[in-house]
Design a protein around this ligand. Sequence first.
Ligand code: ZN
Length: 156
Amino acid sequence: MLVEDYEERRRQSPARFPRHREAAAMNANPGAKSYQLHIRIQKPIVVRIGKLGEFEFPAGFYVYTGSGKRNLDRRLARHLSQSKRFRWHIDYLLSKVGVRVVGYSLFVDFECDVNKTTAGEIVVPRFGATDCRNGCGSHLKFLGAGQDSMEARSEP
Ligand SMILES: [Zn+2]
């Protein structure tokens, strides 16, 4: 289920769709080592990404690749939560109005392998990749402005 569908159902019926339900679903994927967040940015925005500086993000679809060998469920729940301290680059981006997580995927492959096979433009060099030793350049990729770019990759 897309995150946004889940959030919508949760709004209508909070008791039936608690926050931790997605987390429970994650536990059914114990082999997962990495994940991708599918992100939509409604309008072009300028965002300060921690120490990396300020960047302009064109409107459209993005994919962020992250890793978490343990507690992947908690990590994803955290990304979806609005109240948190900024720790990762992705936190700065997701805090902005008009920036939404529209889905996610889990992978048994390592973060950098998944990221490298994801086509897309680099908008912010080193985003989420300050400790990457595999030459990814960035763990955030811009897929383009159109819906097509999203649909091509939105299968969980
Ligand atoms: Zn990497």
